[in-house]
Design a protein around this ligand. Sequence first.
Ligand SMILES: C[S@@+](CC[C@H](N)C(=O)[O-])C[C@H]1O[C@@H](n2cnc3c(N)ncnc32)[C@H](O)[C@@H]1O
Length: 221
Amino acid sequence: MSSGANSFTPALGHAALTPLYDSTIALLTREQRWRGALLRQISPRARDVIVDVGCGTGALALMIKQTAPDATVIGLDPDAGVLARAAKRAQRAGLAIEFQQGFARETDRFADRGVTKVVSSLVFHQVPMDEKRAALAAMRALLQPDGEAHIADYGLQRTPLMRILFGQVQMLDGKTNTTPNAEGILPRLMAEAGFADVSEAEVIATPTGSISLYRANGARS
Ligand SMILES: C[S@@+](CC[C@H](N)C(=O)[O-])C[C@H]1O[C@@H](n2cnc3c(N)ncnc32)[C@H](O)[C@@H]1O
């Protein structure tokens, strides 16, 4: 678990486990199912400029760029180690994706890039409440009224089984940052940040708890 303004929880809870991240996510989250649904929800287009907040090893950013090769895709993450993995992965796939080191609360650094969609997957359950709020405010500040936000993460754990399964995530990432997600706080925080039309579009049961797909627009309609 992280503490302090410039610390963060690594992709799999501990830096030493990062090399196992991609295989673990594939095995324990029904990754193709929820990433596929998220990609359909994002629906990348050639003219999109898309920022992937907390991009990790780049799985989502790569999928977006493969789907819309002419879109501009930018990945942001505070962890130099995962960014190096993401950049290598993109290079091997022949995909031109820009990766930058930084925190979610700094997403508004892309304000002059004409961002049309801001996306994020499996990040918010790992970050403290103040960073959840600051991240959403920065993501919201980035978007024009017709811009879109698409977030996939562990959300409200609705059943005893899902709560038990989500305990595995809490063993890795700790309870402080993860519990608000499991109590379903994200849509409320998104609305408080000023996003419009916030909705939980889909809930997908996985072996580590349910993953919710949220979507919102850039401004109140
Ligand atoms: C579980 S991984 C998810 C990675 C990737 N988005 C995915 O879908 O596979 C969480 C990522 O969030 C990043 N992270 C942690 N704290 C962050 C913060 N405050 N701002 C942005 N990213 C953060 C971690 O470095 C890690 O790469």
